[in-house]
Design a protein. Structure first.
Length: 391
């Protein structure tokens, strides 16, 4: 009994010390903000926090349970629903997109594709209060403290300078926010007032968000009038060079046996690198320097591929001509939602079906796979979808 009391006392002392350290850290952040010239009114409202945001800490420490196959990633980011929605939003904001294209030289389809992938055209921008999320990461995150501190101060300065109000500072756990998900320091550097109202508002102003995204891509090296990606096919057993920065002329690629997926001759100027995200038996892509400008937005080749392909689809080009080399393709968002409903109808607990596959849905999928005599992967793929009656 005494042993248990000692343990409980030690735990309470540890908890108390942690709380004291957090309070002290927040006090230091308030002092830092004041030294940076931020008003006491903004500081008092933004940093009224006495304990860390546990949701932010949990998300910051989560490791992916499995690497998302490229056909899953592309399946839900570039589905028919997003293409249709994107084309509708491009018609609605045609004037703004053409103006951004004219001023910054960036293709309007790519600007709209970033908007679509980042926040589903402004509908899913995130619900974490940035000052609390960033303060939590500074005081409890354990790494990149200087980075998070800089983002927090930048966010507060955006409010203090009148670009935004505090109730507009909601976004991802890691600090990205607004219709096209800028982090605060990027917002400070590259946001533009594209609607002419005197404020740079990437939260509520579609014009400011799209203009700022175009400005970002231009600063990242976008080359006006040049392509970003074309789908290609490589010869069977291809073992030649790959990589987005291992560039060669199209004539050189043609000499290596690479052909356009649409059957047209591989010709034209400029140099491109070859990407084979699923190996030589899947779709291939020749990517130009403009692809690297897109890559700079999120520094993942799969992300840049999704943006590039969505831009092509919204411009009227067809889906990929070469299928992914799998017998279990990924699902669209509509199919993921239907899969959750099919699981729920069979008594599996998926929570409220929303088309987003989290830990609860993966556990239900694994149980359903096992019941169907399939390996329990927990992956939202076509095989379990069809096994449960999906179409």
């Amino acid at each position: 009994m005494r042993h248990m009391v000692l343990i409980a006392t030690a735990w309470m002392m540890g908890t108390g010390a942690a709380a004291a350290n957090f309070t002290q850290c927040i006090g230091q952040l308030r002092a830092d903000a004041a030294r940076s010239g931020i008003s006491q009114n903004v500081i008092a409202q933004a940093l009224a926090i006495n304990q860390p945001d546990e949701k932010v800490l949990r998300l910051s420490k989560v490791q992916p349970e499995f690497k998302t196959p490229i056909w899953d990633y592309m399946g839900f980011l570039v589905d028919e629903e997003r293409v249709r929605d994107g084309q509708a939003m491009m018609r609605k904001y045609d004037r703004v997109l053409r103006a951004a294209e004219q001023r910054f030289g960036v293709d309007r389809h790519v600007i709209a594709a970033v908007w679509g992938v980042e926040t589903n055209f402004g509908s899913e921008a995130g619900d974490n209060f940035l000052p609390h999320a960033l303060a939590t990461l500074v005081c409890e995150g354990g790494r990149r403290e200087a980075f998070w501190r800089g983002e927090l101060m930048a966010a507060l300065k955006l409010v203090d300078h009148g670009d935004l109000t505090l109730d507009e500072l909601y976004g991802s756990w890691a600090g990205a926010f607004g219709q096209t998900q800028f982090i605060p320091t990027t917002y400070q550097r590259l946001a533009v007032d594209f609607d002419g109202d005197g404020r740079r508002d990437l939260v509520k102003s579609v014009a400011d968000a799209l203009g700022s995204t175009a400005n970002y891509l231009k600063r990242a090296g976008w080359r006006t009038g040049q392509p970003w990606m074309i789908e290609v096919v490589v010869p069977s057993g291809y073992k030649g060079p790959t990589g987005r920065n291992t560039r060669a002329s199209l004539a050189t690629w043609a000499g290596r046996g690479v052909t356009r997926a649409d059957g047209r001759p591989l010709s034209g100027g400029g140099e491109a690198g070859l990407l084979l995200p699923a190996g030589p038996n899947g779709p291939g892509f020749l990517v130009y320097p403009n692809f690297n400008a897109i890559y700079a937005y999120n520094q993942a080749e799969s992300y840049a591929l999704a943006i590039s392909h969505l831009a092509d689809r919204m411009a009227g080009y067809p889906s990929l001509r070469t299928p992914w080399p799998t017998d279990d393709p990924g699902l669209s968002r509509a199919q993921r939602l239907q899969l959750q409903k099919l699981l729920a109808a069979r008594g599996y607990d998926v929570g409220e079906p929303d088309g987003k596959i989290g830990a609860q849905s993966r556990a239900a999928i694994a149980a359903a796979e096992q019941a169907a005599g399939m390996p329990p992967t927990g992956r939202a793929g076509s095989k379990i979808y069809r096994a449960l009656g999906g179409r």
